[in-house]
Each structure stands twice: as structure tokens, then as C-alpha cells.
Design a protein around this ligand. Structure first.
Ligand code: XIL
Length: 443
């Protein structure tokens, strides 16, 4: 014991103190290093976070999609009345009933026009998927009034200010589902910005060329097909040539005929579009010219001449709006055999066709009017399916709740709307969906 309590010598104490000092210094150094490491990792985390936060910030605030779509939703469009709203009941997407899934080897392309706000309701995309749509057509997003929203004649040439948000949104939905996408429409007498009406002819001509060229090249490789010119022909099949333009209320009288002193703008627009994107399928689109009649004769002759002159055109879109609203829309009903003959003559000159805007008005909802709607839809879809050159049967809107007719007056007296589409307001397929489904041999 006494031995163990022996007082250390001075040298021993010095040695012990030295060891303690060295150990202390080492511990301190390790601690300092640890702390430094933590800080620098934290600061690098912070800078990464800051960087990624910045990126996230960019994505959420500055990307085309969100910024422009926000802008899109915000700007609305008084001259392009949006159909009221998508119906609200939150039913789960219905499953097809009563129809066995059929195993066909080939089926035709069923398309729907869409607006970006459709996709605020998840049932829109789910329904398009579930019921075998494989093409989206842009209802309004490429019309000059939309793309040039907020611009005027002084800012028009600043193409960095053009609005692509709505079209981009639709393209992204189509892409993630592997669907085709059809652009609609660059040259039309309607849905133009008001400043187009007040321009000298030369400037309007330059603006049209810039518009066609810019939009087509902007979406080159992204759109499968495009309506370059819409509704350019009169009932008599005349492309409203020079001389007949008078400022009347006839909505088929076009500012383009006036500016160009005739119908040359049609051919020019196709040439500009083709030069901007040689791979894009270019269509002329019109209504009341699905069957054989004076208007379709005129369009047929015009397109045949375009081809003979080497003007690049791939196809002809037959709108196929069906039915009448007295004094406002007089479409009547196209005879399926006559539509088949019309498609055939275009096939013979190497021109594609597509049903581009099908819908059928119903005024009073009885068993017989609804079954008539279904029967006619099926017969017309069967014509497209049978035609070698018919590339799609596209419907103008998805559900009866979003039809472009919902905003017009008068509405049917039974308060049910015109119910022109293939799905009811709750996204349930109607009888006319199933006749189209069968006619197109959809799975
Ligand atoms: C309609 C849209 O459906 C509406 O939302 C818009 O207000 C006006 O235009 N023929 C056409 C389409 O070629 O562009 C039209 O679309 C319907 C008639």
C-alpha cells in the first residue's frame, strides 16, 4: 500500500504532465476537425439545397408549363368561351359494362379534342385511357387568339412573348400516354386577335407568314399533324376568291381573302408550314363537306390542283358536325355511303382524310333520338374504319359537359343540353360510344 502511495519523482510528474498535454492537444484537434467537417458538410448541403431549391424554384415558377399554364388559366378568353365546367360528382371512373373486351388485330384511331383545363379533373385522362382514345386534338390552343394573347401589332414580332402553355400541357399529356397529337388551327377567319382586323394588308400578310412559320417550326417533331387552314371554302365549293369580299355578317368571309386579294393564302400557308417542318402532316379542314356535294367537289378540285402544282398537302379533315340549331348551325346529316365515296376519291389522289370534329346534336332526349344518335355515329365511324386513307375518327370534346354547344343559346327545352358527345357529364360511355367503339374495332 505504502508502496503504491509513493510520491512520484519530479521527472515522473513532468512526464505525466507531458502525456496529459499531448493527449489533450490530440483530443482538441480531433474535436475541432470533427466540427469543421460537420460545418463544411452542412454548408455544402445547404449550398446544394440552395442550388436545388433554386432549380425547384425555377421548375415551379419559371418553366413553360406551369408559368404559361397559369397564365393560360388566368387569361381565359372572352372570344373563345370555355365550356362551363366539368361536372363535379366525384364518381370513380366507370368501368365499361356489358361489353366483352374483343380481340381485334387492328383498330382505328379514336381521337378527342381537348382543352388544358380538362386535365384538372383526373377523370378526363383516365377516361381517354380506359376507352382507347389514342389521339388528342387541340381545341383552341394553336389559334392565333390564344398564342398571341396579350400582344398587339407592336409586340407581335417578339415571338419570345407568344403563349405556348396550353399547347405544351396537351402535348405532355399525349406524350406520357403515347398518343398522337393533332394541332388545330393556324389560318382561320375566326378566333384571331382583334388587332389583326386593323392592319394594313401588307402587314397582315407578313404577320400570317410569321405566324405559320413560327408555330409550325416551334412544334416540329412534337405534333404528328396540323390543320394549317380551316374553313376556307364557301357552300358552292369556291375558296371565296378576290372580288366577292364585302363586309357582311357571313362568317365564312375571311380576312385572309381580303388581305391577299384572293385565296392564294391557302397555298402559301401550306408552303410556309412545310418549309418550317417537312415531317409534319399538313391538313386542310372544313365542315359540311364530308359527303359528295358542291362544297366537297370544290375542295377536292382545289386539293387536286395543289398536288398538281406541287403544293405540299397531306390530308383533308372532315369536321362532321351533325344536326342543326336553326339559324345558327345547319349541318344536317351526312349520308355514310356518300362520305365513303368522298373519302375514296381523296384516296385515289393520294390524300389522307380524317374525321376531325365529330359530334351530333340531340334536341329532345327520347329512346329513339338517342338510338338514332348512336346508329349514325357507328355508321360514320365504320366508313372511316373501312377507308384506306382515313387516319382517325376524332370527336369534338370528351363529355357532354364540355361541348362547345353548351355555351350557345337557345338550349334544348328539356334542359338536358344537346348531349352531342360520346360520354355523359359523369364520364359514363353512352350508346354512341359503343357503336363507335365497335365500328372502329377498338379493344
Ligand atoms: C370552337 C371551340 O370548340 C370553342 O371552344 C371556341 O370558342 C370556338 O371554336 N369548327 C372548328 C373549331 O374548326 O375550331 C371550332 O371550335 C368549332 C367549329
Amino acid at each position: 500500500m505504502v508502496k503504491s502511495l509513493r510520491i512520484p519523482s519530479f521527472k515522473q510528474i513532468q512526464l505525466i504532465l507531458l502525456v496529459i498535454f499531448i493527449l489533450g492537444t490530440l483530443t482538441a484537434l480531433v474535436l475541432i476537425k470533427k466540427q469543421t467537417d460537420t460545418r463544411s458538410r452542412a454548408s455544402s448541403d445547404t449550398s446544394q439545397e440552395a442550388e436545388s431549391g433554386l432549380k425547384t424554384g425555377n421548375v415551379s415558377t419559371g418553366s413553360d408549363t406551369t408559368a404559361s399554364s397559369g397564365q393560360y388559366i388566368q387569361f381565359g378568353n372572352p372570344q373563345l368561351p370555355q365550356p362551363t365546367t366539368i361536372s363535379t360528382p366525384a364518381a370513380t371512373n366507370p368501368t365499361p359494362t356489358a361489353k366483352p373486351v374483343q380481340a381485334f388485330n387492328a383498330h382505328a384511331v379514336l381521337g378527342s379534342s381537348v382543352s388544358p383545363w380538362y386535365f384538372n379533373d383526373s377523370r378526363s385522362e383516365a377516361t381517354l385511357k380506359q376507352y382507347h382514345f389514342s389521339l388528342l386534338a387541340m381545341e383552341n390552343e394553336l389559334k392565333p387568339q390564344m398564342v398571341l394573347w396579350g400582344l398587339d401589332q407592336n409586340s407581335f414580332m417578339d415571338t419570345s412573348r407568344w403563349n405556348w402553355g396550353g399547347a405544351d400541357q396537351e402535348i405532355s399529356v399525349a406524350k406520357r400516354n403515347g398518343w398522337q397529337i393533332h394541332g388545330h388551327t393556324l389560318v382561320w377567319h375566326s378566333n384571331n386577335p382583334t388587332f389583326f382586323n386593323n392592319l394594313p394588308n401588307d402587314q397582315l400578310k407578313t404577320f400570317l407568314q410569321t405566324y405559320v412559320t413560327t408555330v409550325t417550326s416551334h412544334y416540329c417533331g412534337q405534333l404528328d399533324s396540323l390543320d394549317v387552314v380551316n374553313e376556307a371554302f364557301g357552300d358552292d365549293g369556291n375558296p371565296l376568291p378576290s372580288g366577292i369580299w364585302t363586309p357582311t355578317s357571313d362568317y365564312s368571309i375571311s380576312i385572309w381573302n381580303k388581305a391577299f386579294g384572293g385565296s392564294d393564302y391557302i397555298k402559301l400557308a401550306f408552303q410556309w408550314a412545310h418549309a418550317a417542318c417537312p415531317s409534319m402532316k399538313l391538313y386542310l379542314n372544313d365542315y359540311n363537306a364530308e359527303a359528295m356535294n358542291s362544297k366537297s367537289n370544290g375542295i377536292y378540285t382545289y386539293i387536286k390542283n395543289m398536288k398538281a402544282q406541287g403544293v405540299p398537302i397531306d390530308g383533308y379533315g372532315m369536321q362532321l358536325h351533325q344536326g342543326n340549331i336553326s339559324g345558327q348551325f345547319e349541318y344536317g346529316f351526312a349520308d355514310p355511303t356518300s362520305v365513303a365515296n368522298n373519302m375514296k376519291r381523296f384516296a385515289d389522289i393520294g390524300v389522307l382524310v380524317r374525321i376531325s370534329e365529330y359530334d351530333q346534336l340531340v334536341h329532345d332526349h327520347t329512346a329513339s333520338t338517342l338510338s338514332d344518335q348512336a346508329k349514325k355515329a357507328g355508321a360514320l365511324a365504320a366508313v372511316c374504319y373501312a377507308a384506306s386513307n382515313c387516319t382517325s375518327f376524332t370527336v369534338w370534346g370528351l363529355t357532354d359537359g364540355v361541348s362547345w354547344y353548351n355555351g350557345i343559346s337557345p338550349q334544348p327545352s328539356d334542359g338536358k343540353g344537346y348531349t352531342p358527345l360520346l360520354f355523359d357529364t359523369n364520364f359514363n360511355p353512352k350508346a354512341n360510344y359503343w357503336t363507335v367503339h365497335d365500328a372502329l374495332h377498338l379493344p
